[in-house]
Ligand binder design. Structure first.
Ligand SMILES: Nc1nc2c(ncn2[C@@H]2O[C@H](COP(=O)(O)OP(=O)(O)OP(=O)(O)O)[C@@H](O)[C@H]2O)c(=O)[nH]1
Ligand SMILES: [Mg+2]
Ligand SMILES: [Zn+2]
Length: 254
């Protein structure tokens, strides 16, 4: 296991609990609701999955986006892979100083803390190992959109790159962002070649026009563009509060 992982796994658990008055306030009239910052809202608006082949950087990216390392089970730490679904919330904001998007308490670009909150997102981190497909599928049933992680230093597609994308397709998930990760390990020329490979792979799927965002999760490069893409390409689905909870979750998948 890398030093990076060990460090992150020791991170203090974030306290998401809210004082009672905030919960009360969020139940008031529509205009009052708008005044309450997204950061303080109790429920995330949308669930976004992180899927893709083993070791392509899903958990690392989630840690960079949310500040939380979700591989906490002793077996996950020992083997250096995700085994159970991981969950972490983040608030997507726009920097008031430079206009860049972020999912942390500071701007990814200029580090300013003057942010305008946009929406609270709940991320679901799936395992990429081939033997854990059932766990990935369980995760896919509860998400509204997904980030498909593809390591740019490997040939595309790897087996679970294909399988996970097929699973999203079958589940009826429409909004997918392809995240071309680990660009720190390759040259610009190789990155373009890999981009072409990804496009070729997407061509025969229902995600042929999905955006491809190049990043290095480990070096926190491209995260602002990714946060912006999440806002642009994975909108909050319209939910019908009159449906019963089971129909509601099914409605989110159509
Ligand atoms: N060089 C480089 N390494 C990275 C990057 N992102 C992740 N890694 C490394 O890739 C390895 C796997 O990262 P994880 O985040 O555990 O990958 P994963 O997709 O969550 O793996 P599974 O959950 O087991 O499928 C770790 O050693 C990370 O440090 C990156 O952008 N650049
Ligand atoms: Mg993982
Ligand atoms: Zn900024």
């Amino acid at each position: 296991m890398s030093e990076e992982k060990k460090k992150s796994s020791k991170k203090k658990k974030k306290d998401d609990s809210l004082p009672d008055e905030d919960i009360e306030e969020s139940g008031k009239a529509e205009d009052t609701k708008k005044k309450i910052s997204v950061k303080d809202s109790v429920q995330p608006e949308i669930n976004i999955g992180l899927v893709g082949h083993v070791d392509h950087g899903k958990t690392t990216l989630l840690e960079r986006l949310s500040g939380k390392w979700t591989d906490t089970h002793s077996e996950e730490i020992k083997r250096g892979i995700t085994i159970r679904l991981g969950y972490a919330d983040a608030v997507i904001s726009r920097c008031k100083k430079c206009g860049a998007f972020t999912s942390k308490e500071k701007c990814f670009e200029c580090e300013s803390a003057e942010l305008e909150s946009i929406r609270k997102v709940s991320f679901v981190d799936a395992p990429g190992h081939e033997s854990l497909m059932a766990t990935m599928l369980a995760g896919a049933t509860i998400v509204d959109g997904a980030l498909l992680l593809i390591a740019s230093n490997e040939k595309c597609p790897q087996p679970q790159t294909r399988e996970h994308l097929m699973a999203l397709e079958i589940m009826g998930i429409k909004n997918v962002i392809v995240v071309q990760n680990k660009i720190d390990l390759i040259s610009e020329e190789e990155a373009l070649k890999n981009h072409e490979q990804i496009r070729e792979f997407l061509k025969d799927t229902s995600f042929k026009d999905a955006p491809i965002i190049p990043i290095s999760a480990q070096h926190s490069v491209g995260l602002s563009a990714l946060a912006e893409a999440i806002e642009k390409y994975i909108p909050t689905p319209k939910r019908n509060p009159d449906l019963n909870p089971i129909s509601l979750s099914q409605g989110a998948l159509t």
